[in-house]
Write a protein that binds this ligand. Structure first.
Ligand SMILES: Cc1cc2nc3c(=O)[nH]c(=O)nc-3n(C[C@H](O)[C@H](O)[C@H](O)COP(=O)(O)OP(=O)(O)OC[C@H]3O[C@@H](n4cnc5c(N)ncnc54)[C@H](O)[C@@H]3O)c2cc1C
Length: 420
């Protein structure tokens, strides 16, 4: 009997990434009993080695007008961070077609507004979280510096910047001299930059460890090494989760299994057009001349993040399915890209070479919704390149949906209904 009781919670969250953890934390804070089940260990997926930017000014989606043509040209020049492995994969083909269809002005305007909603609230919630919890994760508020080596691309960024103005997220232009005054670690090739002051950064694996501890202190139970196999369904409701360590029951279920979510969705008859977008990072000791501000090396799509405790290069977007092998060429590309912009691009000792799968949705907007046919099952995935930045907002929105409270921002752009 006591075993049965301990296998029940108000809420069961599948997936121990930053999204599942955020949902669990806010629900536990609201007085719910919560269990997380994670197939490996907390933060084992994309939430571990990412670049750690809380990038609240990153409003334009990837699917912008001209994005496909632009990437094709860069692919031909060999400078594109995008790689699509040729293979017969219907779901990827379907995804690419829908992604391409979203590369238009109407979607751009819609997505910017939607992303502003969730990013603004997430930024505020992160500030609140750091004020309330002792989360040692090298958090700093220094903005993000977009660094350029090509004057034409730099000038072009003005167009993007204009889109951000109505949202109070515009960057300040820095010419060749000013950019090196702001960031002395940049080398002579850098012709200028745009500084976004609203952004901040942290070390994601430290955040995962500290936030997991805080969630446990709030009563969240965490079962690691526990894989969700399938849900038990009866009369339009999920009644249990069958896992590698047995059956769990709950009143409400949340599927926050990142890039792995569509497979589970298929079992439930819910279509979730999300593909794994593979990225890489290399973590090192701080180089001799270490940047003070995180830098986005625009022409190469590589991010450089400095922390008190280390330094990371991260980027690339590879559509090659669930392949977690480290590709040496892409790792080298991170290093050679950094060398184009920085005086001392590498630290002396590499501490980790990593790859992770971003959950990429067809319209570059997350999916945060209750499933239409199962009224106690919620989905939180598809956060793409912004899962850390939007984690707190997602956790709050899911909590408010479950508790029937007013959502903190317009949830409609994140609804499952948009996929028909
Ligand atoms: C190189 C790189 C750089 C990035 N930089 C940034 C950045 O600077 N800022 C930003 O905001 N975002 C960034 N991102 C994106 C961000 O990392 C992701 O959007 C985010 O981590 C997604 O979180 P998640 O919880 O949805 O997925 P994950 O962290 O992948 O978590 C999903 C979890 O579910 C578990 N799981 C899967 N299936 C099951 C199952 N059946 N049963 C139990 N558990 C299961 C997995 O093991 C995993 O731990 C970056 C990503 C990459 C790859």
């Amino acid at each position: 009997m006591s075993q049965n009781i301990s296998r029940h919670s108000d809420i069961l969250v599948a997936g121990g990434g930053v999204i599942g953890l955020a949902c669990a934390y806010y629900l536990a804070r609201a007085g719910q009993s919560v269990r997380i089940i994670e197939q490996e260990s907390m933060g084992a997926g994309a939430s571990h080695g990412n670049c750690g930017l809380i990038f609240v000014s990153d409003l334009p989606p990837l699917c912008a007008p001209g994005a496909i043509g632009h990437e094709l040209i860069r692919t031909l020049r060999g400078t594109s961070p995008l790689y699509i492995k040729p293979r017969p994969d219907l779901s990827l083909a379907f995804w690419l077609v829908r992604f391409a269809a979203n590369c238009n002005r109407r979607h751009l305007n819609h997505a910017i507004k939607a992303r502003d909603g969730i990013l603004r609230v997430s930024g505020e919630l992160f500030s609140e979280l750091f004020a309330e919890e002792d989360l040692a994760c090298d958090f700093e508020h220094r903005g993000v510096l977009m660094a350029f080596t090509d004057p034409a691309t730099m000038q072009d960024y003005e167009k993007t910047n204009r889109l951000l103005e109505p949202f109070g997220r515009a960057a300040t232009f820095l010419d060749r001299k000013a950019v090196r005054q702001t960031e002395p670690a940049l080398n002579q090739r850098v012709c200028g930059g745009w500084h976004h002051p609203a952004d901040s950064h942290l070390r994601p694996e430290l955040l995962m460890a500290a936030w997991t501890r805080a969630a446990r202190e709030k009563g969240v139970r965490i079962d690691e090494g526990c894989r969700l196999e399938r849900f038990d369904i009866r009369k339009g409701k999920v009644t249990g989760a069958l896992t590698s360590t047995g059956r769990f029951t709950a009143d409400q279920f949340i599927l926050a299994t990142g890039a792995w979510t569509p497979a589970m969705g298929r079992q439930l008859g819910v279509r979730i057009p999300v593909q794994p977008g593979k990225g890489y990072s290399i973590t090192m000791d701080r180089p001799a001349v270490c940047p003070r501000t995180p830098c986005y090396l625009v022409e190469r799509n590589v991010v450089v993040t400095p922390w008190r405790s280390g330094y990371r290069l991260g980027g690339t977007m590879e559509f090659s399915g669930f392949d977690d092998r480290l590709n040496e060429r892409r790792l080298n590309n991170l290093e050679t890209s950094a060398a184009l912009y920085l005086k001392t691009p590498l630290g002396r000792r590499v501490t980790e070479r990593w790859t992770g799968l971003r959950p990429m949705s067809v319209d570059d907007l997350p999916v945060i919704d209750r499933t239409p046919r199962l009224n106690n099952l919620y989905i939180a995935t598809g956060h793409g390149m912004l899962g850390l930045s939007t984690a707190t907002g997602t956790g709050r929105l899911i909590t408010d949906m479950i508790l029937g409270r007013q959502p903190p921002f317009d949830p409609r752009p994140f609804s499952l209904k948009r996929f028909g």
